[in-house]
Design a protein around this ligand. Structure first.
Ligand code: DHB
Ligand code: MG
Length: 219
């Protein structure tokens, strides 16, 4: 199969199963207009996160890496009335754009955006734990730190999802020692060796290209 084949299939999946969504499309538009990179999760991947949160019955969700709020909206729509998504964003300008998009999507009262470096914000969240689902989608160099916090702020059964674990296959190329690839690889090895987790990973071919997602649970 060529890229054109799997791009066509992804579009077909997205058209058929996700469909048109004003709030999400506006969030992507405003993210681009603000100069943020187009690295939000693909529509099929956003809905995958949303369904995982609903299947888990998640009431408290933690997201590390808000960007323009695209995945935040998907997650907030998954939590019931009274539920919360705490999402951490290092860049105040990004957080402001995300805030507006999340509010416009009608889920503003479910979302707390904490502005700051996640390594500094995470230790302040102990009073809000345990989280039922943690989505890690920030600087890949820090994935092991974020996984440690996911376990500490989780409970047995907490769902942990790590974005971008494939990175066009580079993660399997041990000679590639760039910080993002190395951080991703160290995160996956931690998921394998740390007794607090059980995990797997799936390759993805979607609107964002060839990548992967790790799925773990806190045991
Ligand atoms: C990058 C980060 C992401 O979270 C993503 O989904 C795609 C790319 C990056 O930093 O290159
Ligand atoms: Mg990502």
């Amino acid at each position: 199969p060529t890229p054109a084949d799997w791009q066509r299939l992804d579009r077909w999946f997205a058209d058929t199963l996700v469909g048109h969504d004003d709030a999400l499309e506006q969030a992507v538009h405003d993210q681009a207009a603000a100069g943020m990179p187009a690295i939000e999760v693909a529509p099929v991947n956003g809905k995958f996160l949303h369904l995982l949160a609903r299947i888990a019955g998640a009431r408290r969700v933690l997201e590390i890496g808000t960007l323009g709020g695209y995945s935040t909206i998907w997650l907030a729509r998954a939590v019931p009335e009274g539920g919360r998504v705490v999402t951490i964003e290092a860049e105040p300008a990004n957080a402001a754009v995300a805030r507006a998009s999340i509010d416009r999507a009608g889920v503003g009262e479910k979302v707390d955006i904490r502005v700051g470096r996640a390594e500094h914000v995470l230790p302040t969240l102990e009073g809000e734990a345990p989280f039922d689902l943690v989505f890690i989608d920030a600087d890949k160099e820090s994935n092991t730190l974020y996984l440690d916090w996911a376990a500490r702020l989780g409970r047995p059964g907490t769902v942990v999802v790590v974005d971008n674990v494939g990175r066009a296959g580079c993660v399997a190329d041990e000679s590639d020692e760039s910080p993002q690839i190395d951080g991703t690889r160290r995160g996956l090895r931690m998921l394998a060796s740390d007794p607090r987790f059980d995990a797997t990973a799936l390759q993805t071919l979607d609107a964002k290209g060839w990548d992967g997602v790790a799925l773990a649970m806190v045991v």
